[in-house]
Every structure is written in C-alpha cells, then in structure tokens.
Design a protein around this ligand. Structure first.
Ligand code: ZN
Length: 77
C-alpha cells in the first residue's frame, strides 16, 4: 500500500495519505479545509544524490587502476 504526499491547492496544507484503492484517492479531500483539489507530491527516498554524496561515491569508485587525479582522491601519484 503506497503512501502518498499531497498538497492542498486551496490552503497549501501538506499531508500524507495511505491509498488503498483508486477510488479512495478520487474521493480524497484536504483534512484541513475539505477541498477536493489536491496535488500529489512525488515522495523520493531520502538519499543525497548530487551534492555531498557525489564526492564520497567518486572516492569509492577510484579504488582500482591509476589515480584519478580528483581533489578527493587519496591515491595521488
Ligand atoms: Zn486545504
């Protein structure tokens, strides 16, 4: 059963809802103002992608072969 995040188009209230059937999602309303106009948010897994994690994974990737020359690479020379 997927958990979705919604944003109310009327009052901007954000909430999560467990959706068990398409009918349930169709009848969903804002718990704060009861408006039926909601936007579904894409809930992504909490994982750093391109910022701090990038350098860490790049350093791990440079485990074999010649030094990659990147500033974070410990295998200089
Ligand atoms: Zn609302």
């Amino acid at each position: 059963m997927p958990m979705y995040e919604y944003v109310c188009n009327e009052c901007g209230h954000e909430f999560e809802k467990l959706i068990r059937s398409p009918e349930e999602e169709k009848e969903l309303t804002c718990p704060q103002c009861s408006a039926p106009r909601l936007s579904k948010k894409l809930s992504l897994p909490a994982r750093p992608m391109e910022t701090v994690g990038a350098t860490a994974s790049a350093a791990e990737a440079c485990g074999q072969g010649p030094p990659c020359g990147a500033p974070w690479c410990r295998r200089q020379g």
